[in-house]
Design a protein around this ligand. Structure first.
Ligand SMILES: *Cc1c(COP(=O)(O)O)cnc(C)c1O
Length: 390
């Protein structure tokens, strides 16, 4: 007899929150020439971070500090909070899992946007939680709809990415603060700020380490270019951090990542220069789209969502780009699944992408005039090429 799994695991379908580019490459039997689908940075890491990581290799035989104390001390300085308001994890994704395990009992409600970043949804399901979706409104998270849904369902958590993935849109600090005040007293707002470094100042509310019902998430994966090292952190109330310490994976953050993160913090100019280069790249993509008669969604991130007008056309475009060796992704639910999401790359590779997209759009035009504007809202089968990650 096969040793039995938990009831929860038995009842879960086989779900994949994303299909990695490597999996597509194995399936297609070749490598992508452009990797524009996971919002990885094309702008490297700070030389100071790189040096720190090479140095840390010397003691790779040692475990990393399970408290990431030096890093938390620096982060406390940067954000004007206490070390006790910080927990470090192996990326935001790891912390999303920790949040779900800490706050969600079986059948409790979590509210989020339909078609948004899917990883928290994945972990909530894995804890037996119940997800209540709210559709995007004009390509933004619908704050009013999310607040009403939270009240109606007695939500334990509302998850919100700001700036948002996969749209790139952002809310102002004032609107977010008003939103947080409207949530039920017993509801935690998880504010995923993976793209904070790319956002205008108006999109980032002041950090208040004393508020027990707002948790902020940051990562070294995007502007700092360290996605492969897996390191991020949460800023939360002290009691929350104490609760995390009861169940988190204490040795999950490796010492090379800790050294790289510390090095990154010693070079604040680096992330600023990346953000400037990325802003230029977004303008290139916007101009390219306009040239092709397409529009874009305003973005405060390192990617641009190009509006293809319909789900069918977006999906066909993703497939055609794959055939040309270009990895991109798209959202997995209506109405944002009419867009393809393209990460900002360096100028030369942006030009390569532009040439390929021109060709793809031109051949689409000869295939079909007038794409159907289907409102497909079903989430794709997990095998579909475009599931969002990163
Ligand atoms: C990229 C991304 C993450 C993942 O961050 P890691 O620190 O690499 O786990 C989380 N949330 C959003 C919205 C992202 O776009």
């Amino acid at each position: 007899m096969h040793a039995p799994f938990t009831r929860l695991v038995r009842d879960l379908g086989d779900i994949v929150p994303f299909v990695a580019p490597e999996a597509h490459e194995r399936r297609l039997g070749r490598t992508f020439k452009l990797r524009l689908g996971a919002n990885e940075s094309a702008f490297g890491v700070s030389p100071i971070a790189q040096h720190a990581m090479v140095e840390a290799m010397e003691h790779v035989d040692w475990y990393g500090d399970p408290e990431s104390f030096e890093l938390r001390t620096q982060l406390a300085c940067v954000h004007g909070v206490s070390v006790q308001n910080l927990v470090v994890g192996s990326g935001i994704d790891d912390l999303l899992c920790l949040i779900a395990r800490t706050y969600i009992d079986s059948c409790q409600s979590v509210v989020m946007s339909l078609g948004g970043y899917p990883t928290f949804r994945y972990f909530v399901r894995g804890c037996g939680g119940t997800i209540h979706d709210v559709a995007y409104l004009r390509d933004s998270n619908d704050l009013d709809g999310l607040a009403k849904m939270a009240a109606r369902t007695g939500a334990r958590i509302v998850y919100l990415a700001n700036p948002d993935n996969p749209t790139g849109t952002w809310q102002t600090a004032g609107d977010l603060q008003e939103f947080a005040r409207r949530l039920p007293e017993s509801c935690l707002l998880v504010l995923d700020e993976a793209y904070a470094e790319f956002a205008p100042a108006e999109a980032i509310p002041p950090i208040d380490g004393a508020n027990p019902n707002i948790l902020r998430l940051r990562t070294f994966s995007k502007a700092y270019g360290m996605a492969g090292t897996r390191i991020g952190y949460a800023i939360a109330a002290r009691e929350t951090i104490v609760a995390f310490d009861r169940i988190r994976v204490h040795f999950g953050v490796n010492r090379i990542a800790q050294a790289g993160a510390l090095g990154s913090l010693r070079d604040p100019q680096f992330a600023l220069s990346v953000a400037r280069a990325v802003a230029e790249g977004r303008r290139d993509y916007e101009m390219l789209a306009r040239e092709l008669g397409l529009s874009t969604v305003p973005s405060a991130t390192n990617f641009v969502a190009i509006d293809m007008g319909s789900f069918d056309r977006a999906r066909a475009t993703v497939d055609a780009l794959f055939a040309h060796g270009v990895f991109v992704r798209m959202a997995n639910a209506s109405p944002v699944n009419r867009c393809i999401r393209v990460t900002v790359d360096r100028p030369a590779r942006r030009a390569t992408f532009a040439a390929i997209l021109r060709e793809v759009v031109a051949s689409e035009a000869t295939l079909q005039t007038g794409w159907p504007t289907s409102k497909t809202s079903a989430v794709f089968p997990s095998s579909f090429t475009g599931m969002i990650k990163g």
